[in-house]
Design a protein around this ligand. Structure first.
Ligand SMILES: Cc1cc2nc3c(=O)[nH]c(=O)nc-3n(C[C@H](O)[C@H](O)[C@H](O)COP(=O)(O)OP(=O)(O)OC[C@H]3O[C@@H](n4cnc5c(N)ncnc54)[C@H](O)[C@@H]3O)c2cc1C
Length: 381
């Protein structure tokens, strides 16, 4: 058994921490205040290989393992939680393309994602269908040799900024088997977008995206017609552990600040860390964070070893964002009135991580997956 990273992984982690602190962290709060996606961010992330982590080297990517993608999310999450959405989107979408797109499609699409030229998003959720995604209604209507897309997707991360999307659309009858996946050009004039005014992660431009007869060709169909739902949902397994680490990174940064504050801040003539009421919640936070971090990396390690990891990824998705929210809240309280000021990043981290208690599937859905893994489908909800 080995709980450490190997030398190469450790060097990557250390380099990324230095880089993220220097390049990403200074923009974390100003991007939130501006509430727009900063295009330079994609270029910066690409310069460190972070938009091509899961893309094979022959297509301009890093060919990195799932564990390394997790390390990237954790380190970026410490400095700029919202930059981490680029890792999630590009890793998830590249994996879908690598597993299901043709060689020609991969050669055309993947290098642009790796270079940061294409900012991709994934369009599943609709105004009337979130958790019950297999019931989605956006229609792909046959048109010549291709289709035209009609309908609305909502709650789309990077929806305002993205120029390409994996869109799930109904090409056949009801249920998951009637759904196909397309690689859609969002710069088409038949696409329109409306931005959400969000509690947190304001820099990622979550949006509703309308498709009013957007043309898609057969060359933009990903995988088999009717196979889109399964191929896209399979990718979510692994991205859920990456999301967990992104949240834990933000929590670890907050805990480090709270620990330092507990050493420096004095009350009643001594450092506040001397009071068990201050130090014990921090000790508990550190313990829980370590446990959740192990679950996340275990899921990614299993993925890298081609082993079943749905249960572990669901554990990571349900636990890590919830725990991060609780730990960051505790850290904010430890900082006292200073933590409550918008000048401090801790309040923004709290607003930001809550989004991923919902995004990519809620805790209830994750628990359904865990229960099925434990009990077997015949005995689970
Ligand atoms: C920050 C953020 C980013 C997002 N990014 C994207 C994106 O890029 N692309 C995209 O397509 N979507 C995205 N989403 C949407 C997200 O995937 C959905 O919000 C999520 O799947 C839940 O759907 P819903 O919000 O419609 O809730 P609903 O499905 O309406 O559920 C409402 C509540 O009921 C519960 N519930 C529903 N069904 C069950 C059940 N069977 N058992 C128990 N409880 C249940 C849910 O857990 C939830 O608490 C994002 C959301 C957020 C907040």
């Amino acid at each position: 058994m080995d709980f450490g990273f190997d030398d190469e992984q450790e060097a990557f982690r250390a380099e990324l921490r230095r880089w993220a602190e220097k390049v990403l962290a200074p923009h974390y709060q100003s991007d939130d205040a501006a509430a727009v996606f900063r295009p330079q961010l994609a270029a910066d992330m690409a310069s460190m290989g972070l938009t091509g982590l899961r893309i094979p080297e022959e297509h301009g990517g890093q060919g990195a393992s799932a564990v390394v993608a997790g390390i990237a999310a954790e380190e970026v999450g410490r400095a700029d939680f919202n930059a981490g959405y680029l890792i999630i989107n590009t890793a998830l979408i590249s994996d879908i393309i690598v597993r299901h797109a043709t060689a020609e499609q991969q050669a055309d699409w993947l290098p642009r994602i790796a270079s940061g030229e294409t900012v991709p998003c994934i369009c599943i959720t609709e105004p009337d269908h979130g958790t019950d995604a297999a019931a989605l209604e956006l229609k792909a209507v046959p048109d010549g040799d291709g289709w035209r897309l009609h309908g609305e997707k909502t709650s789309i991360t990077l929806g305002m900024a993205a120029d390409r999307a994996v869109v799930l659309a109904r090409t056949g009858g009801p249920g998951a088997r009637g759904v196909s996946a397309f690689w859609v050009d969002l710069t088409d004039p038949a696409v329109s977008r409306t931005k959400f005014d969000d509690l947190g992660s304001r820099a990622i431009g979550r949006a509703s995206v309308r498709f009013d007869g957007v043309p898609v060709t057969r060359a933009e169909l990903i995988g088999a017609e009717g196979g889109g739902f399964v191929s896209v949902m399979q990718g979510f397994d692994y991205s859920r552990a990456i999301i967990g680490l992104l949240c834990l990174g933000a929590a670890q940064a907050s805990l480090a600040e709270a620990l330092q504050w507990a050493r420096d801040r004095e009350a009643f003539g001594q450092p506040i860390g001397k009071f068990q009421g201050v130090s014990f919640p921090l000790a508990e936070s550190a313990t829980y964070l370590r446990g959740a971090r192990h679950v996340c990396y275990e899921a990614l390690w299993l993925k890298d070893h081609d082993r079943e990891h749905s249960t572990e990824a669901a554990m990571a998705k349900f636990w890590a964002p919830k725990l991060a929210t609780e730990v960051i809240h505790q850290c904010l309280l430890t900082l006292g009135h200073v933590g409550y000021s918008a000048e401090h990043a801790v309040g923004q981290r709290l607003r930001d991580v809550i989004g991923l208690e919902i995004g990519d599937g809620t805790a209830q859905v994750s628990k359904l997956v865990i229960a099925r893994g434990l009990l077997g489908r015949a005995h689970a909800p």
